[in-house]
Design a protein around this ligand. Structure first.
Ligand code: MSP
Length: 643
């Protein structure tokens, strides 16, 4: 029987689009889930949305929408984002779903019947953003919230309370007896100190707004959003229902991990375990709190143009590039900084130079010297071979240990140290010199074998991190499916392989300065500078003839789901198969009015993905200050050339 692994992200507030900070948690869990899959676990990955509370109600009101309309929209957009990011989640729970509400109502009544929740009165200062009450002494200057520093308002209301005080000792004992319950250790200590100062009973209901789960026995109250939200980890598994198979299997299984950001540690380390204790459910989970992504000048801020959204980065640079950066740059227990420079440099130095080049050189040399075939394994014959093999073995062990302990950034660094070692091996063994001497054929075969086998190991270890690049590596090296598995990581398992004739770069190198500049401007919301019309900017005739312009008939046209300005068109270029083109003309045309029109298309532009939709060409259009008009033709047919 396989061991089980249940991993969860926090459920996100649908207050706006997710930025790279909250995206990080989801990518982190995805990498761990994929790693555990690779290690043969039966895994289950839960994510979702935390859709109730005053804050969401207010955001919806500002948009003139019923809250459910608002949260439906954001939940769809979030799922689409996860799909674009190839997040391998099994379930997406939304707290507005019936399956969740029923469980929350039931457990609330149970706690009320048991006397763990009681009715009282609350007087204090309320922070709408954090959905939390504070006493006057806890406030910052100007009655500001001690957590988010926003202004609080004074409130007095009837409220239900959860008896945290009753469970304080039990929780303290539990955390002390289970040193690995909360990681990293610094976070564990923070929690212990907080509990030792004494826990006040927690207000767990609200009467000042409606947008929440009603308390069955007293419907003028709605359940406090954190009690509602934390329950998702078990409601999604069917806890308390007739169909609780998943709950039985994964909650009581081998490993349960909640991953959260450091800002929401207390809720997960105190309220959640106490809720479980009161409900008589064992605390089977481990809690991991990661740090924050910030901008260079501190917290990401919209007004300073330092909030970074994942869509832009994926479209422009690619998914693997973003996953790599996010997972690499945030160290275990610490914070990470996103700057355009660090992002572009990681792509160029780590991905294109160190890793991409290693594969490229290896495939090229195997083609050049061995007609594309990697020779079978021979024993380590030089000290370089022995050293490389030893490091390969150690790398697998260290990498696995780090991944097992949620140290993903450290695991990646370990693999990169091995990539550097493998690059050095090329300098040490100088295959281009061996290639000149017929008598050195065996030696050369052995060197290239070592390179291919090292790369196979690297590819396997990077599978949970770099989704496309690891598969491309296997393809380019001709590694059979069976040898892409973790269990085959032992130097010498590769017998023979035939590499592709022409290697393709894993990661195209970026023009560093230009990209840093572009990205910086983009984040600030500034338009790109127009290209100056200088004389040496004239296009040559050759430049012009490079463009393959053709007539295309528009067969379908629809608005782009994620961008107001774009239309998604299907066009017939007489190729027997339609192509998709994304065009920035939504403000000028109704989609249906374009269907049937014959237009001119640049057919040999490099394909791009625009907000998640592939575009394989460009429409020609003319414009002035008032109008934009797509160029159309009359008597020509699809596929006819234009010059
Ligand atoms: N809805 C609650 C969680 C309930 S879980 C039962 C919530 N939502 S959130 O959308 O505000 O935040 C979700 C996660 O994103 C949290 O783990 C939070 O720590 C994380 N992050 C938000 N900003 C972040 C960064 N700048 N960097 C890294 N993680 C960040 O809290």
């Amino acid at each position: 029987m396989k061991k089980t692994y249940y991993i969860t992200t926090p459920i996100y507030y649908p207050s706006g689009n997710l930025h790279i900070g909250n995206t990080y948690t989801t990518v982190f869990c995805d990498a761990l889930r994929r790693y555990k899959d690779m290690r043969g676990y039966d895994t289950y990955y839960l994510t979702g949305m935390d859709e109730h509370g005053k804050k969401i109600e207010t955001v919806a009101q500002e948009r003139n929408l019923h809250p459910i309309k608002h949260v439906d929209e954001i939940a769809e957009a979030t799922k689409a984002l996860w799909d674009r990011m190839s997040i391998s989640y099994d379930d997406f729970i939304r707290t507005t779903e019936k399956r969740h509400k029923t469980v929350v109502q039931k457990l609330f009544e149970q706690l009320l019947d048991q006397g763990d929740i009681y009715l009282g009165e609350y007087e204090g200062y309320y922070c709408m953003h954090c959905e939390a009450f504070f006493t006057e002494s806890q406030l910052e200057e100007g009655n500001a919230c001690p957590d988010c520093e926003r202004e609080t308002s004074k409130l007095q209301e009837e409220s239900y309370f959860l008896r945290l005080s009753k469970y304080q000792k039990k929780l303290l004992n539990f955390i002390e007896d289970n040193p690995d319950f909360i990681t990293p250790e610094t976070r564990r200590n923070e929690v212990l100190n907080f509990i030792r100062q004494g826990l006040n009973d927690l207000s767990v209901s609200r009467t000042t707004f409606d947008w929440g789960i009603k308390i069955v026995s007293n419907p003028k109250h709605v359940v406090y959003v954190w009690i509602d939200a934390l329950s998702n980890y078990i409601s999604a598994l069917g806890y308390g229902t007739d169909n609780d198979e998943l709950f039985q299997k994964y909650w009581y299984g081998d490993e349960v991990v909640h991953v959260v950001g450091k800002d929401i540690l207390r809720f997960h380390a105190i309220y959640w375990p106490i809720m479980l204790m009161a409900l008589g459910i064992p605390i089977t989970f481990k809690l991991h709190a990661h740090g924050f992504y910030t901008a260079k000048e501190g917290k990401m801020s919209k007004s300073k143009g330092s909030v970074v959204y994942p869509d832009t980065l994926i479209e422009r640079y690619g998914l693997d590039e973003l996953r790599y950066f996010l997972l690499r740059e945030l160290p275990y227990g610490g914070d990470g900084v996103f700057t355009p420079a660090s992002f572009v440099e990681r792509i160029n130095y780590d991905l294109a130079n160190d890793f991409g080049n290693l594969l490229n050189r290896t495939v090229s040399m195997i083609n050049k010297y061995l007609s594309g075939k990697v020779a079978s394994y021979s024993e380590a014959s030089t000290e370089y071979d022995a050293d490389l093999q030893t490091m390969c073995k150690e790398t697998v062990a260290t990498y696995s240990d780090y991944m097992d302990n949620l140290k993903v950034s450290e695991a990646i660094k370990t693999v990169w140290a091995f990539i550097s070692r493998t690059n050095k091996y090329i300098d040490e063994t100088e295959p281009w010199i061996l290639g000149k001497d017929k008598n050195k054929k065996d030696e050369l075969e052995n060197v290239l074998y070592h390179l291919a086998e090292s790369l196979r190991h690297i590819g396997v270890m990077l599978q949970p991190i770099l989704l496309d690049a690891s598969q491309s590596l296997f393809k380019q090296l001709g590694i059979p499916q069976a040898l892409r598995r973790y269990e085959t990581l032992s130097f010498g398992e590769l017998r023979e392989a035939e590499v592709v004739r022409k290697p393709s770069p894993l990661f195209p190198r970026l023009d560093q300065e230009k990209e840093i500049d572009k990205l910086t401007k983009h984040l600030r919301g500034e338009e790109e500078e127009p290209v100056p019309e200088e004389e040496d900017n004239l296009a040559t005739f050759d430049d012009f003839t490079k463009l393959d312009m053709r007539v295309a008939k528009i067969t379908k046209c629809a608005p782009h789901k994620n961008a107001d300005k774009l239309l998604v068109l299907q066009v017939d270029l007489g190729e027997g198969k339609e192509r998709q083109i994304v065009a920035g003309i939504a403000k000028h045309y109704e989609p249906e009015s374009l269907v049937g029109k014959k237009v001119v298309v640049v057919a040999n532009l490099e394909p791009v993905t625009l907000r998640g939709e592939k575009s394989e060409g460009m429409l020609l259009a003319g414009s002035n200050d008032d109008i934009l008009e797509v160029l159309t033709v009359d008597r020509l047919n699809p596929g006819d050339s234009v010059s």
